[in-house]
Design a binder for this molecule. Structure first.
Ligand SMILES: Nc1ncnc2c1ncn2[C@@H]1O[C@H](COP(=O)(O)OP(=O)(O)OP(=O)(O)O)[C@@H](O)[C@H]1O
Length: 271
């Protein structure tokens, strides 16, 4: 093999190794509404990838396709080298995709610790019988899961609310607990749907710091939807922009910021 061919092969292999998820020509419709039209982009291992766009652009629908909640009408999604046509949310979760929601989705009557422990469910090996007995291997396993969750609680600086029912917590802290539960799944890919929605400035700054820390400390790849452009441009490695279900731009924050179609979309210029 020539030196050039070898080099090219190396490049291809490296690019493949660096890509965690590929979305290819994905389309999704609801009755007459085309929520997504022929969308393609990728997410590289270790990056923070933002998905932005005006209201109704298709951002949440895209996350829902990635985590198996919606099944695209056409196109395909490849995660960790495995291409799938249809996948259910629990299969996506067991393969390493965790998710938080636009409106917090926690068990409001349960404590912070118990909510975060629910994130370990898929990691539990002992069956229901052992868990009922709370004895032997099941007991040991539960202790290990609790230690793991306590570490996450320390990491997210929420020790003071570990025994508080989450329904009693302010919204910003509930969002942090939800992040904790997703982290408890030890995901390869973390999907965050508007993690800073409804937060005040201080809460937003905290959440930004935690997202960056999660990315660096756990090396978790993150895809996030966020409306706050300052935040998106500050913390993302790359940004994909949707408008009316179409992809209109894809690149670094600087590239996207300078793109005329993006400027028009955000200023409401009709095409
Ligand atoms: N379950 C559904 N049934 C019918 N239409 C839907 C459904 N989910 C989304 N849509 C439609 O698909 C389009 C894209 O919606 P989506 O929620 O993905 O946009 P979005 O960019 O996340 O918007 P927002 O920023 O307001 O959350 C919209 O026209 C929306 O009305």
């Amino acid at each position: 093999m020539s030196a050039l061919a070898e080099m090219l092969q190396g490049e291809v292999a490296r690019a493949a190794a660096e890509t965690l998820l590929t979305v290819e020509n994905v389309s999704l419709t609801f009755g007459g509404v085309r929520a997504l039209s022929d969308i393609s982009f990728d997410i590289r291992k270790g990056e923070i990838r933002a998905i932005i766009g005006p209201n109704g652009a298709g951002k949440t629908s895209m996350l829902n396709c990635i985590n198996g909640f919606y099944h695209p009408r056409s196109g395909r999604i490849t995660f960790k080298g495995k291409t799938r046509q249809r996948m259910r949310p629990y299969e996506a979760a067991s393969q390493g995709i965790a998710r938080t929601f636009q409106n917090v989705a926690l068990f409001k009557g349960m404590t912070t610790l118990d909510n975060i422990l629910t994130g370990r469910t898929l990691k539990m090996n002992r069956n229901f019988f052992w868990q009922l007995l709370r004895h032997g291997p099941a007991m040991r396993e539960e202790i290990e899961h609790r230690i793991y969750c306590e570490d996450i609680i320390d990491f997210l600086e929420i020790e003071h609310i570990r025994k508080t029912p989450v329904g009693k917590l302010p919204y910003g802290l509930q969002k942090r607990v939800e992040l904790g539960r997703a982290l408890a799944m030890q995901p390869d890919l973390l999907l965050l749907d508007e993690p800073m929605a409804g937060m005040n400035l201080e809460e937003k700054e905290d959440m930004c710091r935690f997202i960056l820390d999660v990315n660096r400390h756990f090396r978790t790849t993150i895809a996030l939807i966020e409306h706050d452009m300052g935040v998106v441009m500050d913390i993302s490695d790359r940004v994909v922009v949707l408008e009316y279900g179409h992809k209109i731009a894809d690149g670094t924050p600087d590239e996207v910021k300078a793109d005329q179609r993006v400027i028009d979309a955000y200023l409401g210029v009709s095409h």
